[in-house]
Structure formats: C-alpha cells, structure tokens
Write a protein that binds this ligand. Structure first.
Ligand SMILES: Cc1cc2nc3c(=O)[nH]c(=O)nc-3n(C[C@H](O)[C@H](O)[C@H](O)COP(=O)(O)OP(=O)(O)OC[C@H]3O[C@@H](n4cnc5c(N)ncnc54)[C@H](O)[C@@H]3O)c2cc1C
Length: 424
C-alpha cells in the first residue's frame, strides 16, 4: 500500500514508522525544514535543544515505550527539579504534597483545603464528573477564592488568555491526575526520537519530504491525491496530522455538516524566547509567573534539568507565552522583546544583567494550544473522515489531557492499527 502522511511531528512520524515497518510505502510531507513538529529541536554544539520547553511525566508510558523500542532508553533520565510559583515578587516551591502544605502565600486552613481537593482530584479515576463544569467556577467553589486567585486563575489566564473562564474542568482534572513531580528528559534532546523515526522510515523505503507545504487533499479514483509545491501524488490511503481547521481548508470536498460540527473552536499560538546565559539565573527549573504585569507566563531555567555542560556551558532559559496568532507579540522585533524581557527578569532576579546573555533565539508556532472548553468533546472529529481513505489524527483530538508528545504517540499507534486492520 502507498500511504501519504501530512505532518512530520510526533504523530506523523510514529504512524509512518508503524506503516513502514510492516512493509508499506510511506511518504511524509512536512512544511518545515526539520522533523519533530512542535517538539522539534535545534542544534547547540553536538546536542539538540527543543524550540519550546519539553519534558515528560511518569504517566507518559506510550512515548517511554517508543523511546525503548528505538534503542534510546538509556538516554531517558527521570529527575525531580524544582517547580515554583512567583507570587508578590517572591518565589515559592510548589511541586509535591509537602510543598503544598508549606506554601507561604496561603493560610494553614487554605493549604489544607488545597491539599484535600488536589488529593480528591488525584484519586478520581475519570473526567466524567467534571465534563460539564468550567475550571474557574469548579475550582473557586471547591478551593475558595484566595487559592483560586493566587494559583489557578493566573495559570488559566496565562495559558488561555481571553478564553480562561471557559476552560473545561475535565482538562484541569487531567493535568492534576496525569502529572507527576518526577520529570523525564531525553539527554541529547527529544529531537533524537524524531531523527530516529525518520531514519527508520527511510530505511524501510519511505520518503520524508521536508519543506513541502500541502495545499490540497482530494479523493481521486480509488485513492487520494496530495498536492504540494504544484505536484500531485497518488496514494491508497492518507493520514492527516495537521490541525482540524487546517485540514478543513485543504480538503474542499468535506461536506458542510462535517465542517459545521468539527471546523470549530479556538486555539492559541506559542511564542518562546530562549536566552543562552553564561551563568545560572533561577533556583528552580520551572517558575510559573503568577504575579500580574510580566510579559511571559513561565521562566524555565533548563540548566536546572539538564547540566549546562551539555550546551557547552550555556544556561538556556525559556520565556514562554501562549497568544492569539493576531497578537502584536508575533510581529515585534527580537531586540525589543529581549529588552522588555530583560527588564522583567531583573524584577525576578535583581542580579541579572543583560551582559550575561551570550545567544538568543525566538521561536513561534501557530496552532500550539487548543482551547478546551466544556463543549470541546462534542466537536472532536472521528479518525475516519467523510473522504474515503482519508484519516485524521491530530493533537486537537487529544482529550481531556493537555496535548503532549505521549498522546500524539498513543494516537499514532491507535490510528495506524486501525488503518492497517482495514487493509487486512
Ligand atoms: C510551548 C509548548 C510546550 C510544550 N511542552 C510539552 C512538554 O513539556 N511535553 C510534551 O510531551 N509535550 C509538550 N508540548 C506538546 C507537544 O509538542 C505536542 O503535543 C506534540 O509535539 C504534537 O505532535 P503532533 O505530531 O501531534 O503535532 P505537530 O507537532 O503540530 O505536527 C504537525 C506537523 O504538521 C505540519 N503541517 C501542518 N500543516 C501542514 C501542511 N499543510 N503541509 C505540510 N505540513 C504541514 C506542521 O508543520 C507540523 O510539523 C508542548 C508544546 C508547546 C507548543
């Protein structure tokens, strides 16, 4: 069978590997010049660093199984770096039950209530009880005003901006239920997974077409045509891993009733500045910026997870944001962003001086974070589309968990098995 795949991220590459390893001919189309999608890295010396901060949780079993299968298991390290919250100008550790019970901005009764409700969420094995509630209303009722104002409202606002009040409690439950204080990192960079998958696809006769923007997908005879860079290629089956909205624009034959239900919802883009510093900046790996008035939502001092020696002594610090793609931040010059961010960093660490910056990078991506509302679930399309032999599997179908490499790998395994089962 000839299988065309749109997208060389975690999903497209894992599915491509599954098809190629049982003898099908795979052709993957990727508009970027690099594989890995949102999890892609760039080179610093001999190693890769992700364009956007990435780590795994203990519950990410599907990607851990893939890492082992690819022979990369010895590179996977589990660590317990510090996660902290910036509140009223001070940094407070908040990453395990003990730190919850000690969290200074809250009174003892507030801490006990927070710990109790978190324990209830951890012990609830399904999202079902939370499907119809919004996180902001549910959390305020269960945890009280101050806990919500100090911890959760800033988190929801930072991640979802103007949509913060409509985010589903099911999504919030999954964040608490699935996440662990131990974090996993693949020494050498997650890009190693994607390079290895691409290599295995190629070794099995497949093709990875980089820099190829797919413009049209249409049914043609018994198969499907993919049109990119003015060239049309024919396949028996096609798997789309681009966002549902992008698919809706590529496939003019999709029926109006499908579009009404599934070409739906909002999403945010990701904006990330990386500063390569010549010395450490923060005492935590991850600092959630819950104080208002900062131009970024988190400060991630990557060298508190992976030794700076891996990056030739450079301490990479991520300053991240989720924003509507129309935000002026995406058009702002790198120099003015870095000047603005430097002022903000000095408020977090008064010793910081811009002369510490050795290198800077700025990365931007559209369709980086779906807005998961209470209606979201009803609008998740099935993998089988109305177009014969065209399948859809993308991170916008991940629910209720927050999107992540693990869930793209899991979905790729599932949809590949489904497509293979159909061919007998
Ligand atoms: C800021 C940020 C932080 C994150 N942190 C983590 C983390 O800590 N841990 C974690 O596991 N995950 C994290 N994630 C999520 C993770 O990166 C994604 O869930 C995962 O990479 C999604 O893989 P995917 O293949 O499903 O989608 P994508 O990576 O989006 O891949 C889809 C691919 O399709 C391509 N494409 C789209 N349209 C076309 C077209 N018309 N023609 C050709 N190509 C096309 C795109 O260029 C892209 O490469 C983070 C994401 C962001 C943005």
């Amino acid at each position: 069978m000839r299988i065309g795949i749109l997208g060389a991220g975690a999903l497209g590459l894992t599915a491509g590997y599954r098809f190629a390893s049982v003898g099908h001919h795979v052709s993957i189309y990727e508009r970027l010049e690099v594989v890995g999608g949102l999890a892609a890295g760039f080179r610093i010396g001999d190693t890769w660093l992700e364009r956007f901060y990435h780590h795994l949780f203990r519950s990410d079993r599907d990607i851990v199984a893939l890492i082992d299968q690819l022979g990369l298991g010895t590179r996977l390290e589990w660590l317990k770096p510090i996660t902290a919250v910036l509140w009223e100008g001070r940094q407070h550790q908040l990453d395990d039950p003990l730190s919850v019970l000690r969290f200074p901005p809250l009174s003892l009764p507030e801490r006990l209530r927070l710990a109790f409700v978190l324990a209830v969420l951890k012990l609830t094995p399904s999202a079902a009880p939370f499907e119809s509630s919004t996180a902001s209303v549910w959390l305020r009722r269960a945890m009280g005003d101050r806990v919500t104002d100090i911890l959760w409202e800033p988190l929801l606002r930072a991640k979802f901006g103007e949509y913060h009040a409509s985010v589903s409690m099911a999504w919030f439950w999954a964040r608490i239920y699935c996440r662990t204080p131990r974090l996993g990192y693949l020494r050498g960079g997650f890009q190693l997974i994607y390079e290895e998958l691409a290599e295995r696809v190629r070794n099995n006769g497949g093709v990875i077409n980089l820099g190829r923007d797919v413009r049209t997908v249409r049914v043609e005879g018994d198969g499907v045509a993919i049109v990119s860079n003015g060239v049309s290629e024919h396949f028996d089956k096609v798997l789309i891993t681009a966002p549902t909205r992008a698919f809706a624009r590529l496939a003019p034959e999709l029926p109006p009733e499908w579009l009404r239900r599934y070409d739906w919802g909002d999403w945010l883009g990701a904006h990330c500045v990386i500063l390569g510093l010549d010395r450490p900046l923060a005492s935590s790996y991850w600092l959630n910026v819950n104080d208002p008035g900062y131009p970024f939502l988190a400060l991630v001092d990557h060298a508190n997870l992976v030794p700076a020696a891996d990056y030739g002594g450079l301490h990479p610090v991520y300053l991240g944001n989720y924003l509507p793609m129309s935000s002026s931040r995406f058009a702002q010059s790198d120099e003015s962003i870095i000047a603005e961010y430097s002022d903000a960093i000095r408020r977090i660490n008064p010793a910081f001086d811009p002369s510490w910056i050795r290198q800077t990078w700025v990365f931007k991506a559209p369709y980086a974070q779906p807005v998961v509302t209470s209606e979201y679930r009803r609008h998740i399309p099935p993998h089988r589309t109305p177009l014969r032999n065209v399948f859809l599997a993308n991170m916008f179908q991940v629910y209720p968990q927050d999107r992540g490499q693990n869930y793209s790998v899991r979905m790729a395994n599932r949809v590949a098995a489904m497509m293979l089962a159909e061919t007998g």
